[in-house]
Write a protein that binds this ligand. Structure first.
Ligand code: GTP
Length: 596
């Protein structure tokens, strides 16, 4: 165990975590240069394209240190976004130390601090690394001050690095060996192992990533997951070195994988404890939570014929994404689809992008909603996240909505704009404090629903990209929530209904009607677009009658040309949805999701 080190890299998005991981991997000879694609750990194409690490991966790096001994450095990658902070906390619980990466030009950001707190909760040893020192805008002294003031770490221990230019890589590897403690644990004690991730392999089923706390696991062991008592027999144990490398056993202190005939990743839960049936450990490891979706939205195929394809794609996605939850949903306007729950907005975006790209589907996503608690007059309580299930208002005694604690890091010049943005979003400013001379943290309590609706983009705009944001769930608070319906020629389009705060309802209704007016083409008859609460109309737009006869230009002569045009028009129609007699293009459903 003396020659093992388990560590993570924690950083704000874009501070260079993936690039540094690549350098560490390349320095340890386990991957031939020609096999190496930049950012080895970000394996999904989508991650590579967006440059965001979504799914964490692990790698065991054999490294011969300057002291002449061979060490195994287990790098446990963590997802880099607020939606996944539970996953990050489980990965950190599997480590003894962490590299804390700070961009030399950007300095400490909201997520740097959030992740540092997570790491300190697990008593991790922290090695600060200042990255991107090659940049002309790098300000090393300023970042050192921030490391001391804002993070409370010793700035003299910070390693100066440029992952891009290979500066500091060697020094980082040595620091991992000399500064981080080796793991502890008893290889002969009853088995206790922490699941921090899992992924699906089409040939072998679920591959469970875990950290051995105590005991030893071998193929043939009958194991049990402590959260649900599910039992499996271990088929293979091993470690990740880009590829899976089978091992005869995994002992206390090490990080590895098991394959045990587990069909989907939903059968394994991040944070759960694995033990052995014959000689179980006494108590599960602390900190386990069920994945809990916070943002909900419905997904429909544009072309209703594609529903079976969408269903198959959802099933496949689910194999690899235990936090995605969904059930069948139907809409009068959009046909069959799925009501889905996500960990956050980024998670929603990832699922949408994968469905469209990997499964070649065109989709309509309804406005994201949070989950509301509704107390009814008869004393019962219900939770809803789907506007379709909103009860008759006469039966409602009260409604509660989820609140978050939002922490925003920003240069103080943007304080006024941020204050205005958050107050508009029903935020309450509970605290602010200065870090250094002109940087500050502002803390707001605000409804999650207000953040779901393009808050992050607006924050980036008002702070010219300098503001960063992190949040925790707080509690549920009483609130005045109503359902705004959209009627098109008096017919309610269920997929456009939204749950909103009463004060925001007139604005949201007006905005939606205006956008629909821009997107819905003219028809042979007048089209009325109305926003309403209950039966009461609160906004209205009208599209005048008009007929665009595309064949008129063809003089009636060239029949093939005429047919081609008609064919084209029909194809256009396929991407439209009907509300009664009115055609609504897919773009109309999408446009109402954006606030500008
Ligand atoms: P997430 O995966 O979203 O957490 O981002 P990340 O922290 O992994 O950042 P990544 O490694 O993808 O780097 C972000 C950007 O910074 C990329 O464009 C890198 O090429 C660039 N970058 C990384 N390290 C350096 C460096 O040392 N110097 C310079 N100039 N650029 C760097």
């Amino acid at each position: 165990m003396k020659n093992i080190r388990n560590f993570s890299i924690i950083a704000h998005i874009d501070h260079g975590k993936s690039t540094l991981s690549d350098r560490l991997i390349q320095s340890t000879d386990i991957v031939a240069e020609r096999d190496f694609k930049d950012q080895m750990l970000d394996s999904m194409d989508l991650e590579r394209e967006r440059g965001i690490t979504i799914k964490s991966q692990t790698i065991c790096l054999p490294y011969t240190a300057k002291d002449g001994h061979l060490y195994y450095l287990n790098l446990i990658d963590t997802p880099g976004h607020v939606d996944f902070s539970y996953e990050v906390s489980r990965a950190l619980a599997s480590c003894e130390g962490a590299l804390l990466l700070v961009d030399a030009s950007q300095g400490v950001q909201a997520q740097t601090i959030a992740n540092l707190y997570l790491a300190l909760e697990h008593d991790l040893e922290i090695i600060p690394v200042i990255n991107k020192i090659d940049l002309p805008s790098a300000d090393i002294e300023k970042v050192k001050l921030q490391i001391a003031d804002e993070l409370g770490l010793d700035p003299d221990t910070a390693i100066l690095a440029s992952a891009k230019d290979w500066i500091g890589t060697e020094e980082i590897l040595e620091a991992i060996v000399t500064k981080l403690p080796p793991p502890q644990g008893n290889p002969d004690a009853p088995v206790k192992a922490l699941i921090f991730d899992s992924h699906y392999d089409p040939f072998r089923g679920t591959v469970v990533h875990f950290r051995m706390i105590d005991g030893t696991l071998r193929p043939g062991d009958r194991i049990m997951f402590m959260s649900n008592q599910a039992e499996y027999t271990v088929e293979e144990t091993g470690v990740f070195q880009i590829k899976r490398v089978p091992q005869k056993s995994i002992t206390a202190g090490r990080v590895g994988y098991i394959i045990a005939g587990i069909k989907t990743v939903s059968d394994t839960r991040t944070g759960d404890t694995i033990t052995v049936k014959k000689r179980p450990c006494e108590k599960a490891l602390p900190g386990f939570k069920e994945p809990k979706p916070v943002v909900f939205s419905s997904i429909y195929p544009v072309d209703t014929d594609e529903y079976p394809d969408l269903a198959a794609a959802m099933d496949k996605l689910k194999l690899n994404d235990a936090s995605l939850v969904y059930e069948k949903d139907t809409s009068a306007a959009l046909g069959f689809g799925f009501r889905c729950g996500f960990l956050g907005l980024l998670h929603l975006e990832i699922v949408q992008a994968r469905l469209e790209r990997e499964y070649d589907l065109s989709l309509i996503i309804t406005a994201p909603s949070v989950q509301y608690e509704i107390g009814l007059n008869d004393g019962t309580m219900m939770t809803i996240e789907n506007p379709a299930l909103y009860p008759d208002p006469v039966n409602i005694a009260y409604i509660r909505e989820p609140y978050i604690r939002a922490s925003i890091f920003t240069p103080d010049t943007y304080m006024g704009q941020i204050m205005q943005l958050c107050l508009e979003r029903r935020g309450i400013n509970t605290n602010y404090q200065y870090f250094g001379s002109n940087r500050m943290e502002m803390v707001f309590e605000m409804p999650l629903a207000e953040v779901v609706y393009d808050f992050y983009d607006r924050l980036k705009t008002v702070t010219q990209g300098y503001g960063s944001f992190d949040y925790d769930m707080l509690d549920y608070r009483q609130s005045d929530i109503v359902r705004v319906d959209i009627l098109i020629n008096s017919e309610r389009v269920d997929a456009l209904s939204q749950l909103v705060h009463k004060d925001k309802a007139p604005f949201r209704a007006r905005q939606t009607c205006e956008k629909l007016k821009e997107e819905i083409p003219r028809h042979m008859f007048k089209v009325a677009i109305q926003g309403a609460i209950g039966g009461k109309v609160i906004a209205r737009e009208t599209i005048n009658a008009y007929r665009k006869d595309v064949t008129a230009k063809c003089y009636g002569g060239d029949i093939t040309r005429k047919r081609k045009l008609l064919e084209k028009q029909k194809k256009g129609k396929k991407r439209m949805k009907m509300a009664g007699e009115v055609m609504i293009p897919q773009s109309a459903f999408l446009s109402v999701l954006k606030s500008k």
